[in-house]
Design a protein around this ligand. Sequence first.
Ligand code: ARG
Length: 583
Amino acid sequence: MKSIREYVEISVEKAFDEAQIDKKFAKVVKSQRPDLCQFQCNGALAAAKSIGKNPREIGQNIVDILSKNADFSKVEIAGAGFVNITLKDEIIAKIILSQNFENSKDNFSQTIILDFGGPNVAKPMHVGHLRSAIIGDCLRRLFKYLGYKVIADNHLGDWGTQMGMLICKTKEKYPNLPYFDENFSGEYPQNPPFDISELELLYPQASKECKENPENLAQAIKATDELQQGKIGFVALWKHFVKLSKDTLKNDFSKLDVEFDFWLGESFYADRMKEIVEYLKKENFAKESQGALVFEVGEPSDTKEIPPVLLVKSGGGFLYATSDIATIDYRVKEFSPNRICYVVDKRQSLHFEQVFRAVKKAKIAPQNLLLEHIGFGTVNGADGKPYKTREGGVMKLCDLIDSVINKAKVRIEEAGLATDASENEKTKIAETVGISALKFADLSNHRLSDYVFDLDKFCAFEGKTGPYLLYTAVRIKSIIRKVKDAKIVSRDILVTDNDRDLLLEIGRLSDVLESAGVDCSPNYLCDYIYGLSQEFNRFYNNSPILREENSKLQSSRLKIAEITLKTIETVLEILGINIPERM
Ligand code: ARG
């Protein structure tokens, strides 16, 4: 798929070629002055500078060449050498009609690994993981649409100190379990000693005790070291923790319609961490420091201090950074990626800076591998502090999802929607609307900004919200259904003053997708689709379909409605938002 702008750019490139000017200057942008023209090329100015000619002369030359092109209704020079371009209406119609929504660009030779989700075993997912999951999954869909080979990996936190904390806590509560019996030689039990709700209660207790009591923390670190060194009882118990957690996490992610190709997790790299540390020692990158092993990554040119990467603790345990370095080593060897994007809280930026420097310095990653930390801000409560439950505890993701679905249900009733649907269908619609509210609210903010969690605002059917977009999509569907019932068929597009802006907006889709991918910014898609919905509503208010007497106009408007719907559906799909059949 190409945008209308790209079509124009191709002609302008040819004109630059003909004028024997480097076509890198032939960039075309959407006009800043829609009253004067639809597109602009400002390249004559830069070209003039580079070859030492008069910009207006170059601009006029380009205008003269483009004026012979039958696609344009107007090509003019303005100001110091700007080229203003307007397309003929039939060309706009032709481009829009030829749009193929199924495939976008051919980027199959490029592989992108997306590292997102990444919750921690035994800690319930919270709103921070929600952002990672929603933004990461949207980027997964976007890059796939843009034709990249995408690998989505859920880098589960299953190998850190919290594992040792849980082992100690379990031992304290159930000291007679075989996992703690040094002389045990039988088979460890198949079933876990407790269920997930108990596990989720044990973790905060253990974590609190470790914070308050250094002795507890020392025990937990020791247990973690023993687990990492393969103590069989601990490994058997740890497997239960992981299994219990994964089952719950899978459930949460599936409610959100978030998908991964892999769930490798930190523990998957246990052996590689050992190997990579040996390699770093051998190559003199790793150095002893106060009993620990560190990797210096600071540079003389640094304006702020970048501390060394901690690779191995004095007790022998590996760290978060060690696992990330080993993970990059594996990913490079296994998938040969061109780009790895980490969708993780922006407060981890130093960690990623250190890790990225380490792998480049030690030549674990090729120099041209793009490593990017796609950070995001915090979800806050009305008090401006990170969002909590009413009691002040961490808001569990599953409770949060339930609350948004309940709110959507209330809103749907208040708005008098879906009144004739069965109870079952009403519940399904509320789920779809609720998840759309949650996802759209998250994605429509620039990912680096913090935002306030405001259920009332997210679930409103007016304004820039998920429910508003679903409502618009369902409304267009129903308009199309009614028009088709009246035996009207969609054919050509006849561009008129009432729909030209809508068509130009539809013709921007490919550009918007492209720049959202470059900047990893789903909010571009949200802005676009909201603007498009408003533009459609304006069009439809001025251009009714059923009441129109001219049958050609009628069928053109039906076609325009269909293509608008297709555009909205395409973008919502990439945002990970489903549209209900009716509402
Ligand atoms: N488990 C980490 C956390 O909850 C996120 C993991 C992100 N991915 C990574 N490769 N470090 O903060």
